[in-house]
Design a protein around this ligand. Structure first.
Ligand code: SAH
Length: 444
């Protein structure tokens, strides 16, 4: 990512910007970049609510300046020191110039009026945030996928903050794109972003799946529809040798859970004998297991997802898949009671905690699932177990697994510790972008 505070990269005035004192405080002068590290002093004068170019500007307090300088891309409302009044007059969604605690240019950010996160980092300079800016960001995001997943045509193109595009998620399924505009500033620019995505990928269709609950935090209503081109009822994509179909408008998320595709392929490596896949959706794991196992039972609570799973199994001529519409918690309990045994089990439940308060309950849920799965495995059997709950970190998840294994009286090896696929990069400075854990365990 951009290094902030590096002199000589300011888009406005280049050259001696490191030498002028506190230009942002002076009416009519554009703020300049901070010359380098050093403890900022408190501002001496008020920051003008708008720069000479009309751009709203705010000054961060200590904490915000420090966090931002370290690379964290979010600023909370309370961390805005000067110009909070000016922000109140904005609608939300605007690009705002941000000055650090001493008045040096820190960069530009998208303003959100309703979220606790007031500012989301866009750039460390003063260059205009225009079509060329977003085009370059999209190209940079796609470059990573071209390099990390050569030849792939199904992947996450943009992973929001982790690709320096706050609140923008774009998934590609071959000739079709599915986008989520999750913050006000990104939603306000969705037509521009749609144009740029079409210019870069020339898709047959571009879908807007902005019906995620998080939009409410931004004061945005859910919306979905075809934005550009046309869309067939189902879109085809493949994971390894397995052909899948996704409903981009009506399915969960953007139609499929692309973050698990690499883990699904890994799961196939460990599959053998009798396999059980819980929380199957349209068969991401179940069908991969079916390429190696003798028989797979797929348990999914949603009828439409289970129907699509059956169709996907038929399409691949995988006759060894049995689909059960049931609550996976009940299914696992009954299977233990009936003394059943499996050689491979995969668990990929939905998120169990939206906030920190819900973590204890989430851990109880995870433990119940994993304990039962471990009880059901034959010696030498494998468990592929995932958690997409951000608030349950990897250590917490691993501790829970240890406790489940002890209670199940099984000795267990960790074979692989995995995360989301390479098309879901983690921003080192924003651990929220690292949410998916996936362990491969073996029962000894
Ligand atoms: N494993 C899937 C993605 C799973 S998403 C893949 O790789 O594509 C979680 C799935 O769990 C959703 O399809 C949801 O409908 C289902 N689900 C949620 N609660 C459930 C429950 N109690 N029992 C079974 N399935 C459940």
């Amino acid at each position: 990512m951009h290094r902030q505070g590096r002199p000589g990269r300011g888009g406005g005035e280049r050259g001696d910007q490191g030498l002028s004192p506190r230009p942002g405080a002076k009416a009519g002068a554009k703020p300049q970049r901070r010359p380098g590290p050093g403890r900022p002093q408190r501002p001496l004068a008020r920051v003008e609510p708008r720069g000479p170019d009309g751009l709203p500007q705010v000054q961060l307090g200590w904490r915000g300046s420090e966090r931002w300088a370290r690379g964290h891309p979010w600023i909370y409302r309370g961390d805005v020191e000067e110009g909070r009044g000016a922000l109140e007059e904005l609608q939300g969604g605007e690009v705002v110039r941000v000055l650090d605690g001493r008045g040096w240019l820190s960069g530009q950010a998208l303003y959100s009026r309703t979220s606790k996160i007031a500012l989301r980092w866009l750039s460390g300079d003063d260059a205009p945030v225009d079509a060329a800016f977003f085009r370059a960001r999209l190209q940079r995001a796609d470059e990573l996928r071209r390099r990390a997943l050569p030849g792939e045509d199904t992947y996450r193109v943009v992973h929001a903050e982790a690709d320096l595009l706050p609140g923008l998620v774009v998934d590609r399924y071959g000739d079709y794109l599915c986008a989520q505009f999750l913050v006000k500033g990104t939603d306000d620019r969705k037509e521009l972003l749609a144009d740029l995505l079409c210019e870069h990928f020339r898709p047959r269709g571009l879908v807007n799946r902005s019906d995620a609950g998080v939009r409410a935090l931004e004061g945005l209503a859910p919306e979905k529809g075809v934005m550009r081109g046309e869309l067939p009822p189902l879109v085809r994509y493949a994971t390894g040798l397995v052909r899948m179909k996704a409903d981009l408008l009506g399915g969960q998320k953007t139609g499929a859970f692309l973050d698990q595709r690499e883990n699904q392929l890994v799961a196939a490596q460990y599959a053998s004998g009798e396999a059980l896949d819980c929380f199957s959706y349209t068969g991401g794991f179940a069908l991969q297991l079916a390429t190696r196992a003798e028989k797979v039972t797929a348990v999914e609570i949603s009828e439409p997802a289970a129907l699509q799973l059956k169709e996907n199994a038929q399409e691949n001529r995988l006759g060894n898949v049995e689909v059960v519409v049931a609550n996976a918690f009940d299914y696992l309990r009954d299977a233990v009671d009936e003394g059943r045994r499996f050689d491979t089990i995969s668990l990929d439940p939905p998120s169990f905690a939206k906030s920190k308060d819900a973590v204890p309950a989430a851990l109880r849920g995870y433990k119940e699932l994993n304990l039962r799965a471990l009880q059901l495995l034959r010696p030498g059997g494998h468990l592929i177990t995932a958690s997409c709950t951000y608030h349950v970190g990897e250590t917490m998840f691993e501790d829970m697994l240890e406790s489940a294994a002890s209670d199940a009286k099984r000795r267990v090896q960790i074979v692989e510790r995995r995360g989301a696929g390479k098309d879901h990069p983690v921003l080192l400075h924003l651990r929220e972008t690292r949410y998916l854990k996936c362990f491969v365990l073996r029962v000894l």
